[in-house]
Ligand binder design. Structure first.
Ligand code: AKG
Ligand code: FE2
Length: 289
């Protein structure tokens, strides 16, 4: 009997499975895609999988993002790189004392319809297994957070998403609409680690002295990006033009049940759910955030 073709779940149909056979774990193509992503993550803290979503699906991907973008929580606010409350006891030159204007806006997971491509992809077991292999962990879990697990990041004309660290270890994002100009993703690979904040280098980047530490990426719609966001300082530079930049952000953790803090959740989404007000402590380290 000829081997039967693997069944492709509906959630994976938009993926370019010829290039990225997410539905065939352990196949030669799967191994090659995983190996390539792992090498790039190890070498520079970031791996881009160009054309992850097939060209024929890009229109729908963009339109779905556009349909929920008006539901983003817009509130330009002054934050710091760790998204913590101001702490007057810290030394004046500590990076937490540097005010940054956060001008991006997030659409929370609970506002993204379940039949959207990105909402079907986020929990898909094959997608998560592929990503787990790429980042080198046995499993990746959805966040236990009803808002932050999956969101749409909207950066409009004249706005930027300033330097920050993420709560979760690995960020996975998919550009669904590119801006006309600006909106470059910039990052400093592994500028901190689980046991060292390295505040000197972080302060240098904030002061505009990042130099060769800073890498830059201009992404195309449909590109999937894997990124060590908890340890790599990053930002999206100012967008210019009428077309806002949209990215779907898929957040996972090697541990189940991760939930954002109440302070950070209110900053990002303008509201909290019960789970944010009584979180279980499942952080993987003792870093600031
Ligand atoms: O929109 C992006 O490309 C990056 C977003 C990001 O860094 C974040 O949501 O934490
Ligand atoms: Fe981030």
């Amino acid at each position: 009997m000829p081997p039967s073709a693997p069944v492709v779940p509906q959630s994976l149909e938009p993926v370019d499975l010829d290039r990225y056979p997410v539905h065939e774990p352990g196949s030669r193509g799967w191994d090659a895609a995983v190996r390539s992503a792992r090498e790039r993550l190890a070498a520079g803290g970031c791996a881009v999988l160009p054309g992850f979503v097939r060209a024929s699906w890009l229109d729908r991907l963009r339109r779905e993002g556009e349909s929920v973008a008006p539901l983003a929580h817009h509130e330009t606010e002054v934050v710091n790189v760790y998204n913590t409350d101001p702490d007057p006891d810290l030394p004046a030159d500590h990076p937490a004392r540097v005010p940054l204007e956060r001008g991006n806006a997030f659409v929370a997971r609970d506002r993204i319809p379940h039949d959207q491509l990105v909402h079907r992809l986020y929990p898909d077991p094959g997608f998560r297994a592929f990503l787990a292999a790429c980042v080198g962990v046995p499993e990746l879990h959805e966040l236990g957070d009803p808002f932050a697990g999956l969101c749409l990041n909207v950066v409009a004309d004249g706005r930027s998403h300033p330097w920050h660290f993420d709560t979760n270890e690995i960020a996975i994002s998919l550009l669904t609409r590119a801006p006309e100009a600006g909106g470059t993703f910039e990052y400093c690979p592994d500028i901190r680690s689980a046991d060292a904040e390295n505040t000197g280098d972080v302060a240098a980047v904030l002061a505009g002295d990042g130099g060769a530490r800073i890498r830059r990426l201009d992404l195309c719609a449909g590109d999937l990006q894997l990124f060590r966001g908890r340890y790599s300082l990053h930002r999206v530079t100012e967008v210019r033009g009428a077309t806002a930049r949209h990215t779907a952000i898929f957040s996972y953790s090697a541990r189940p049940g991760v939930v954002g803090s109440a302070v950070r959740t209110r900053q990002l989404f303008g509201r909290t759910a019960q789970v944010h007000r009584s979180p279980r402590d499942v952080r993987v380290d003792g870093l600031m955030d």
